[in-house]
Design a protein around this ligand. Structure first.
Ligand code: NAD
Ligand code: MLT
Length: 531
């Protein structure tokens, strides 16, 4: 395994990677060199300096994983990586405490004018009344983004007597209650806060989250801390508001451009600036380097990853419980496509029984892999299967219920194309996979490599005729299952045979007067294997 580390990384991370692969450590590599060289590598490990953009990813012919030693992945084109089937992992949690402590340091420094007073004293001045501060006690702190860092900041600020108001569209009231945070909508938060601190990711929807319009709603004299990402605040709008006093102070660890160039904010005394120091503690750097290196190696070895950005994270315990279901889901996807075709607009998966309590995404993705391998080939994997489905106009739906009639677990795949729909249900019986329903046929199909699936009218002599024909064609039948809608009505027969059936034999089967339809279904060996 060839691993390129293109940013500074603590030795703990480098040593770990070296135990598993050949590591090139090039913390000064230029963007052009990166594009020229990336093709040779299986893994790329970055911090924030390297921009793993579309051009780099396009050139990365062998790349399987990009590791980000840190949280924010705004320097990685995750969509492009997903499209190319490249896993992106980060190191969440490793720098949470450091970043939260830095935000608190900035908050208290802002309240008590520490930075400007420090410079003044060092210049030989003693102007105490110029640096009168404000207390944090009883003030409203608006925390935007209540994830790992936002939550830790909220905890610490509460201990200092602040009232915490939070905004995070993805956090439940219960979680907020546990943190002692009163949830509000964004506008109400910025209207009432005495201090605002940002702890959310930068993306197209959060770029310039705070601009002129939002600043106009601020409580006069508000102070703002940004320890998340520069682009969250429109720096020109903030400059104007700091200049005329509508905003009393800003403490910024991050900037739209880093290092900042011609940034007027740095001219202002009511601005505290640090050079993206949030995660720069000895502890955090060791934590993130270790965490990302472990995840990169796991991704390369096909082991479960807990901090993937573009694949569902699967904790080892969950994987163990899900493992037997993953091949079943692939088989169902593949069987469905071969029976009914791949032109569908919607795939719906219903999980019933004990399985409803498990993480569903890995099973759904497994089914999509089985389905899409016939359409786009082996290039479909854990990372890009949902992307490919979406790109092909297939809506994927999941639902679950703890009730499963007759089975401990039952998974039903329904796919629709316009007004047409077909169903397939599968389960595990004593840990062995079975397809137990195909449209209206109740049947117990044992999925195997080669299967002949026929429909006919339920009457004596059908099995004999087909057996004789296959015998004369030297096709050995390994086992057989039958299912029918009603006695004497439409019936389905599945024959497991020892080898691939040629077109000529299949045509002969179709030509039998007792047979209505015949289809040969083949499961690639890779369908039964879970990567
Ligand atoms: P996290 O994923 O645990 O938390 C982010 C939170 O933001 C989530 O709860 C999410 O629901 C919320 N969120 C997403 N969109 C939102 C929106 N539009 N409005 C409000 N909330 C929204 O991440 P984290 O570890 O807490 O890190 C938060 C940010 O801090 C990241 O952007 C990261 O890059 C940055 N960070 C900076 C430093 C530094 O050195 N200054 C260090 C670590 C992390
Ligand atoms: C992060 O997102 O983890 C921080 O900004 C720290 C870093 O960029 O290294």
């Amino acid at each position: 395994m060839k691993i390129l580390v293109s940013d500074a990384l603590s030795t703990e991370g480098l040593d770990y990677l070296r135990r598993y692969g050949e590591v090139d450590f090039k913390p000064d590599i230029t963007p052009d060199q990166l594009v020229a060289e990336i093709g040779a590598y299986d893994a790329l490990v970055v911090r924030s300096r390297t921009k793993a953009n579309a051009e780099v990813i396009e050139a990365a012919e062998n790349l399987k994983v990009i590791g980000r030693a840190g949280v924010g992945v705004d320097n990685i084109d995750v969509d492009k990586a997903t499209e190319k089937g490249i896993i992106v992992v980060n190191a969440p949690g490793g720098n949470t405490i450091s970043a939260a402590e830095h935000a608190i340091a900035l908050l208290t420094s802002l309240a008590r004018n520490i930075a400007v007073a420090n410079s003044s004293v060092k210049r030989g001045e003693w102007k105490r009344s110029d640096h009168i501060g404000v207390e944090l006690n009883h003030k409203v702190l608006g925390v935007v983004g209540l994830g790992r860092i936002g939550s830790e900041v909220a905890r610490r600020a509460r201990a200092m007597g602040m009232k915490i108001v939070g905004y995070d569209p993805y956090i439940s009231e219960e979680q907020a209650e546990k943190l002692g945070v009163e949830m509000a909508d964004f506008e109400s938060l910025i209207r009432q806060a005495d201090f605002i601190t940002l702890h959310l990711p930068l993306g197209s929807s959060t770029h310039h989250l705070i601009g002129e319009k939002e600043i106009a709603m601020f409580k006069p004299g508000v102070r703002i801390v940004n320890c998340a990402r520069g682009g969250l605040i429109d720096e020109d709008a903030l400059y104007a508001a700091l200049k005329d006093g509508r905003v009393a102070g800003a403490a910024l660890d991050v900037f739209e451009q880093e290092p900042p160039e011609d940034c007027r904010l740095l001219e202002l005394d009511n601005v505290i600036a640090t050079p993206h120091l949030g995660a720069l503690t000895r502890e955090a750097q060791v934590n993130v380097a270790r965490q990302v290196s472990e995840q990169v190696i796991k991704a390369l070895q096909g082991d479960p990853i807990v901090s993937a950005v573009n694949v569902p994270a699967l904790m080892p315990e969950a994987r163990e419980a899900l493992e037997p279901f993953l091949p079943l889901m692939r088989v169902m996807g593949s069987f469905y496509l071969q029976m009914f075709g791949g032109s569908v607009d919607e795939i719906e998966l219903t999980y019933s029984g004990e399985i409803a309590a498990m993480p569903l995404a890995p099973m759904t993705i497994s089914c999509l892999i089985g389905f899409l391998r016939h359409v786009v080939g082996d290039g479909v994997n854990w990372v890009n299967a949902p992307y490919i489905a979406k790109a092909r106009g297939i809506t994927v739906k999941e639902s679950s219920t703890t009730e499963a009639k007759n089975y401990n677990n039952l998974i039903t795949l329904t796919a629709r194309s316009g007004s047409e729909e077909h169903h397939l249900s599968g389960t595990l019986l004593n840990n062995e996979m079975r397809i137990v329903r195909v449209d209206e046929y109740r049947i117990e199909i044992i999925p195997s490599r080669y299967m002949l699936v026929t429909t006919h009218h339920d009457r004596p002599g059908v099995v004999g005729k087909i057996g004789t024909l296959l015998g004369s064609e030297s096709v050995n039948i390994a086992s057989m299952q039958l299912g029918r809608k009603t006695a004497g009505g439409e019936a389905m027969m599945v024959l497991q045979v020892d080898e691939e059936m040629n077109e000529h034999t299949l045509e002969k089967v179709k030509g039998l007067d007792v047979i209505d339809t015949a289809r040969f279904v083949e499961m690639q060996n890779s369908i039964f294997r879970v990567e």
